[in-house]
Design a protein around this ligand. Sequence first.
Ligand code: C2E
Ligand code: MG
Ligand code: MG
Ligand code: MG
Length: 286
Amino acid sequence: NAETAMYVAKDSGRNTVRFYAQVMESNIQERMWIEEELDYALKEQQFRVFYQPKMHIATGHITSAEALLRWFHPVRGLISPGEFIPIAEQTGQIVAIGEWVVKKVCEHLTRSTELGLPLLPIAVNVSPKQFQHPQFIYKLRQIFEETGVDPSFVEVEITETTLMDNTEETLNKLLLLKQIGVRIAIDDFGMGYSSLGYLKRFPVNALKIDQSFIREVHDESTAAIVTVMIALGHQLQMHVIAEGVETEAQLDFLRQHGCDEIQGYLLSKPMPLNEFRDFVRKNYGL
Ligand code: C2E
Ligand code: MG
Ligand code: MG
Ligand code: MG
């Protein structure tokens, strides 16, 4: 990738500098390709919403799930959100894509009720540009009205970056969301650069500890940080969720330290809707 190329370029002469330029150019071409294809992706229904369950540690119950976007390109195959979400965020395409995700999730919720499934809250990722869009809340309400979904079954996952920005307007939006009944979670908690001051200011329901901390939780100092994060969330009356839980050892640690919920490959990878429904049926003995 470009970063490695730059590193190598520093070390060894002219040829590598040219190589770096080529990498940069192909990165730009790749970005342009994605930007162009994203416009078709929505129209041609290349997106799918996958679901990854979250489990309440104390009871073993599936309590909710996170909606994660998947892009199946007719030629390139599966393109991961890590590749296209940052670009969609920069170009503003995320606004339309994000709206589509919320709509799909609400349609799925309505259908799940019709199918007699236990209704579980679904968390939707909202990027900074989506959140800051002037029509964000208006669009949400419109979707709730159209689909008849109770807003308290939708949770919005935002990152610390969103909370760091535009504070007065951000606060008002969060208060409005709370008033509507939408739940709010801070995603990737611990990865931002902000002070902890915003935590007392904003009406947040849940903290999601970033998976980088969980991955290293066998390490003594990381374990100390995670312990404090869990206590901090609880002191502030928040729900604490650990992301990226892959091993029994990690789960044991989290259980011992009173973490509320886990999400991760140990429980399940993100799944297509039908598989997710089967998973829920099984968990509820249906
Ligand atoms: P995120 O919201 O922090 O989602 C968690 C990511 O961790 C997901 O990657 C999930 O598949 C992955 N993951 C879950 N459990 C494990 C585990 O045990 N081990 C490991 N190694 N990974 C695990 P994914 O689906 O590739 O999504 C990446 C990011 O893209 C998300 O991070 C989120 O920031 C963004 N994203 C995904 N869907 C949407 C969307 O609909 N809208 C927006 N704005 N962003 C989205
Ligand atoms: Mg998330
Ligand atoms: Mg996360
Ligand atoms: Mg993330």
